[in-house]
Each structure stands twice: as structure tokens, then as C-alpha cells.
Ligand binder design. Structure first.
Ligand code: TXE
Length: 495
């Protein structure tokens, strides 16, 4: 116990113990062994963190730091993340078990969000409006909202943090960040860099704990203006309900059951790689996982054979090794959830053509590993085709023609992402329009950028992250009216 690394909340620029006096153990998914302890936050900690953020928003240095200076602070923060990217990546791998190759690349890219929104900070311009009233001057101001709560999941902690923090800070808000109770370490390490960059105390606060405890307390707090949440659809729905009673602004990035659609005119070897990257990269633990493979009947058997042959070569192992391609599952509940879907698939009557259980390699020790798994003979009404599994489990569904592909692709409650594999520009443009999803990738998969809006249709969420619009979602518009008339006219008539 004594050897575990113990973290504290970071509130108002100070490291503090949780009011509960309790900590949550975090285990390394590769070894299954505990390595760190995170504060178990509650209502009292939420109150303290929101007060600190509110004070920083209304007093002290932050309100008088103009947008250009905010941009400079954010560029400094980006530089610090770049310098420390490998260290941060190692902490994330230890905490969430995803591959060092993946997390290293991710953390190397994260600074871009701080640079991009830092650059935008002083480019949000109001307008002087050509108002239709005599002797009247009217202009708009885009102002920050106040205290924003950012709640993140365990799969890509600091990447998702950047998607929320960078626009929130560039807009001039203050933030309380609550990372997942399973993977809070990197947020606590990251906030040291926020302090080093020179952000005033209270501008960014980090508290940890369970969603039902400190998460709900934060979302329901009267002084919170906006909640930005990434996680499961059930938790996101609850967040939305709690935020609604205070009429808070909400953005939600939730689950998916994304179709990766392979047409008969595709470049088959590329499509195989695209399907693999959509479902087995990151052990399938991504919201954008291409977990439904829709493949045209005429090439079904040939494509599945190639896919299975490629998938069999995947190296399962230590996420810290650069050779590993599939690592462990991040959390014990997630591990149990994936295993339970192997039984669901059997009950559904799907045919397992790869995996379908735990690997039997003794070298994998106490880690939470599942086999990369492919089911054929899946119909779109089966549970494995409709429910988000969030693991390396692929459902293969045949289709006849373009209309049939679109019908199956859209027949699901989610709408986060999709992939199309075709050489036809007619198909690419035509079908991209018909797909009900916030992202369509054509002949690629899993591409994200700070420049391009990301977010779900249907039950995959509300609002967008990244891109220019996202900063406006952390702002509100004020209309200022100034009369230059020498006399106030009839006070009983609307102006
Ligand atoms: O996520 P949760 P879980 C999906 C995936 C997975 C399922 C459950 O299908 O199997 O969600 O994963 C906080 N008020 N995704 O349970 O619960 C929680 O503390 C306020 C998709 O790990 O959504 C954590 O910080 N906060 C996803 C964060 O929400 C609450 C990524 C996410 O946890 C809360 C992860 C509440 N009522 C899982 N309840 C994606 N979109 O990428 C929970 N939290």
C-alpha cells in the first residue's frame, strides 16, 4: 500500500486532500496490480473546486488577462506538453494500458489544440450592427461563460482534455476538470504544466472521484455555466438531465456503433487495413470504433478471409513495447463487459471466425486481455450489431447494393462516425450525404484534427469539438445598445 503513488486534488493552485479522507486505487491494466491512488472526491470537494474556479473567473488576474496574452499562455502550455509528451504518454499507458506507440503519437499531437485555440483567442470579433433605429449605436461582444466543468473518460485522457480545455481557456473561462476515476494520473501530472505555464491559480482545477459522487455534484452546482462531457451514452444522458435543471449549456460526446462500409470496387488491401485500424487499434476502446463491418455480398468471402488472415498476425502483449499491436482492456468492468458480449454473440447465433475469448498465453499474466474477435453471419438487429461493446469485437454484416448499405448503416441509435471504402467518387460523395453520422471517412479511418469539427448525430452526442465553432460554444453573445439622441422619447412605447 505504502508504495502506491498518492495524488491529491488540485484546487485554487493548491494540492489538497479529499474531504472524504478516502482514495481510489488505480491498477495497471497490463499487470492487474495497483500502482496509484486518486482522491475520492465528494460534494464538499466539488463545492471547493467550483468556488475556486468562480473566484478566478470574477477576481484576481485572469479577468484582466486579455485574449492575446491568453493565447501566449496557451502556446507556452502547448510547448510544455510537447517537451513532456513521452513522460505523459508513459503515465497514460501505465494507467489505461493503451499502446505506448499510440499514446506517444497522441501526446505529441495534443499541443496542436493549445496552439490552434491560443491563436484563435484574439480573433473572435464582435460586430457593429447596421441598426435600423435612428440615433442608436449597437454592437456585439462575445464573452466567456464562466465556470466550465470538463468530464473525461479513460480511453484517451489528455487528448480529450485538450478538446475541452483549449477552447474553454482561449474563450476566457475557468475550468474544473474531472478525469475518469480509472485514469486520473495524467490529469494531475498535466496540471503541473498548466501552473508552470503561468495560468493564475483557480483557472484550471483538477478533482477526481466517481461520477455518481463528485461528477454529479459538479454538474449540478449552481455556479457552473457549462458542462462538457465525454463518456458512455447512459452517463451522458444523466449528465444532460442534471444540467437541464440549472439550464446549463451542455456538450456531450458519447458512444457509437460506427459502420465501416466496404464496397465491391474498393482497393481491398487498403480496406482490410482500414477495417483493422477501426476495430483492433486501441483494443477497440474508442468511441469511433468501426465495430460494424458492412461488406458487399459479391466480395464478402474473399474480404473476410483476407481480414481474418491479417488480424491473426496482431501482436498481443505489453503496451509499453513498441512491437505490441493489441494491449489489454483498461478497466475491470470494461473487461467483464466485453467478455459478456461473447456469450451474447453465441445467443444471437453469430458465427465466430476469430477469437471470441481470453488469450491463453501465460506471458500475458494478470492483465485484462481479450482476443481480437470477428463474427460473421451477423444481422443488424442482433445485440452485437446494435450495442456499443467498446472492445476489439467486429460484427460483419453483408449488404446487396448502395441503398441497402445506407439502410443498414443508419439503422442504429448512434451516429458518431463511419467509413467508406470505394474507388468511385460518385459513391463517396453520394453516400457521405446519406449517412447519419458526424464524421465520414472515405478510404481512411480514425483521422482527427484540431481543425475539423468532431461530434455525434443522434444519440452519439450534442455539439462539436475542435474547429473554429467550438470556441463559440464556450462563449455567449452580448448586444450593447447606446443612444446618441439628445432626448429620451415617449417612455410608454417600445423602441
Ligand atoms: O464510462 P462513463 P464508463 C462507453 C463504453 C463503455 C461505457 C461505460 O461503451 O463501455 O461507456 O464506460 C463520469 N455525472 N464509453 O463507465 O461512466 C465518470 O466518472 C457526472 C464511451 O467508464 O461514461 C468518468 O469521468 N459524471 C466513451 C466519465 O463520466 C459522470 C469513453 C466517463 O465515464 C457520471 C468511455 C454522472 N452521472 C466509455 N457518470 C467515449 N465516448 O469515448 C459517470 N461520470
Amino acid at each position: 500500500m505504502g508504495s502506491l503513488k498518492r495524488y491529491q486534488h488540485y484546487i485554487g493552485g493548491e494540492w489538497v486532500d479529499p474531504a472524504s479522507g478516502e482514495w481510489i486505487e488505480s491498477s495497471n491494466p497490463y499487470s492487474g496490480q495497483p500502482w496509484a491512488e486518486f482522491p475520492r472526491g465528494n460534494q464538499a470537494d466539488a463545492d471547493r473546486a467550483v468556488e475556486a474556479a468562480y473566484n478566478a473567473f470574477t477576481s484576481g488576474d485572469w479577468p484582466s488577462i486579455g485574449p492575446t496574452a491568453r493565447g501566449a499562455l496557451m502556446r507556452k502550455l502547448g510547448d510544455l506538453i510537447a517537451t513532456n509528451a513521452q513522460e505523459l504518454a508513459k503515465i497514460e499507458v501505465q494507467d489505461n494500458g493503451k499502446l505506448i506507440a499510440e499514446m506517444g503519437a497522441q501526446l505529441g499531437y495534443v499541443p496542436q489544440w493549445y496552439y490552434y485555440y491560443g491563436g484563435l483567442a484574439d480573433k473572435i470579433e464582435g460586430a457593429v450592427l447596421p441598426i435600423d433605429k435612428p440615433d442608436t449605436f449597437n454592437y456585439t461582444l462575445h464573452e466567456p461563460l464562466g465556470v466550465c466543468v470538463a468530464i473525461t473518460p479513460w480511453n484517451s485522457p489528455l487528448l480529450i482534455t485538450a478538446w475541452k480545455l483549449a477552447p474553454a481557456l482561449a474563450a476566457g473561462n475557468t475550468v474544473v476538470l474531472k478525469p475518469s476515476e480509472f485514469t486520473s494520473a495524467s490529469a494531475f501530472e498535466f496540471v503541473k504544466l498548466v501552473e508552470e505555464a503561468g495560468f493564475p491559480p483557480g483557472v484550471v482545477n483538477v478533482v477526481s472521484g466517481y461520477g455518481k459522487e463528485i461528477g454529479e455534484a459538479l454538474v449540478s452546482h449552481d455556479k457552473v455555466a457549462k458542462v462538457s462531457f465525454t463518456g458512455g451514452t447512459m452517463s451522458g444522458t444523466r449528465v444532460n438531465e442534471n444540467a437541464a435543471s440549472g439550464l446549463k449549456k451542455v456538450s456531450l460526446e458519447l458512444g457509437g456503433k460506427s459502420p465501416n462500409i466496404v464496397f465491391d470496387d474498393c482497393e481491398m488491401d487498403n480496406a482490410v487495413k482500414g477495417v483493422i485500424s477501426g476495430i483492433f487499434a486501441a483494443t477497440g476502446q474508442t468511441c469511433i470504433a468501426g465495430s460494424r463491418l458492412l461488406v458487399q455480398e459479391s466480395i464478402h468471402d474473399e474480404f473476410v478471409d483476407k481480414l481474418v488472415a491479417f488480424a491473426k498476425t496482431a501482436q498481443i502483449g505489453d503496451p509499453m513495447s513498441l512491437d505490441t499491436q493489441v494491449g489489454p482492456v483498461t478497466t475491470p468492468p470494461q473487461y467483464e463487459k466485453i467478455l459478456s458480449y461473447f456469450d451474447v454473440a453465441k445467443e444471437d447465433g453469430a458465427e465466430c471466425v476469430l477469437g471470441g475469448g481470453k488469450p491463453d498465453d501465460p506471458a500475458l499474466g494478470g492483465g485484462w486481455f481479450v482476443q481480437p474477435t470477428i463474427y460473421t453471419g451477423v444481422s443488424n438487429s442482433m445485440r452485437i450489431a446494435q450495442e456499443e461493446i467498446f472492445g476489439p469485437v467486429l460484427s460483419v454484416i453483408p449488404f446487396k447494393d448502395d441503398n441497402h448499405a445506407v439502410e443498414i448503416a443508419n439503422d442504429v441509435v448512434y451516429g458518431l462516425a463511419s467509413g467508406l471504402w470505394t474507388q468511385s467518387i460518385r459513391r463517396a460523395i453520394g453516400i457521405s450525404k446519406l449517412i447519419q453520422a458526424g464524421t465520414v471517412w472515405v478510404n481512411t479511418y480514425r483521422a482527427v484534427s484540431f481543425v475539423s469539427p468532431f461530434g455525434g448525430y443522434k444519440r452519439s452526442g450534442l455539439g462539436k469539438e475542435s474547429g473554429q465553432q467550438a470556441i463559440k460554444d464556450y462563449m455567449q453573445t452580448k448586444s450593447v445598445w447606446i443612444s446618441t439622441a439628445t432626448e429620451v422619447p415617449n417612455p410608454f412605447v417600445i423602441r
